[in-house]
Design a binder for this molecule. Structure first.
Ligand SMILES: [Zn+2]
Length: 243
């Protein structure tokens, strides 16, 4: 009875709401006729999926594994500067657009099945922001993506790490400078120590560029006994599209 009342209420209110506020594409703001995706077909066609056969994927995988702490890697898209995806990620970073995170999280889930299909993860761990930064922004975009990946693959998100010092923005730093910049920036939250020991952990971030940040986070997790640590991201840039 209550359920049917809620359903008929929703069926009545939702079309009225959509009449006043027609749903728009989260990337280009055109009106959407079909709202199964919040991104229009035209925008989707401009974003390139990454596959395990791509040179960029192999290159990035080798780079990450060479760091010594990451065992494998998955990512959903090629990152292109000023492209649709940068616009979406920008919204995720600078506006409260959790819906973008949800949609991207589902696509990372697909890539995980393709690129790391045999791995049974115990926990998904977001790359932490400094607490002051998170307060100012109101949320951590990596955590939003993690929770969406969690819903898709059925593995819990655990915020096991904390950032213990501010780091400079990495945009203008080269690979070596990025490594120095993040060294010692992360620590395990003490009360979670038992959730790390012997576990298979998946670190998730929006864009993995040189991999310095995920490698440093993986190092901390392994030092506390993680069995193996993997990394996943929404996108990876090639050399011509560094964010
Ligand atoms: Zn669009």
């Amino acid at each position: 009875m209550l359920k049917s009342a809620i359903t008929s209420f929703t069926n009545f209110v939702r079309p009225a709401y959509e009449l006043i506020y027609p749903p728009t594409c989260l990337a280009c703001e055109c009106h959407l006729a079909d709202i199964t995706s919040r991104i229009c077909a035209d925008c989707w066609s401009k974003i390139r999926r990454l596959t395990s056969g791509d040179d960029l994927y192999c290159e990035k995988l080798n780079e990450l594994v060479a760091g010594g702490n990451v065992s494998g890697f998955a990512s959903a898209f090629h990152f292109e500067k000023d492209g649709v995806l940068q616009n979406l990620i920008h919204q995720l970073k600078y506006r409260e657009m959790t819906r973008v995170g949800t949609e991207l999280g589902r696509l990372i889930g697909e890539s995980l099945r393709e690129m790391l299909g045999g791995v049974a993860f115990d926990a998904i761990v977001p790359i932490p922001l400094h607490p002051a930064r998170e307060r100012e922004r109101g949320y951590n975009q990596s955590e939003i993506i993690c929770r969406a990946v969690s819903r898709d693959i059925g593995v819990p998100t655990r915020s096991l790490l904390k950032r213990i010092r501010h780091t400079k923005t990495q945009t203008k730093l080269d690979s070596r400078q990025r490594k120095e910049n993040v060294a010692g920036a992360f620590a395990l939250r003490r009360r979670f120590a038992r959730l790390v020991d012997g576990k298979m952990v998946l670190l998730v971030d929006d864009i993995i560029t040189t991999g310095a940040t995920v490698d440093e986070c993986a190092r901390v997790l392994k030092r506390h006994g993680a069995d193996r640590v993997f990394a996943a991201s929404v996108a990876v840039p090639d050399h011509t599209h560094l964010p």
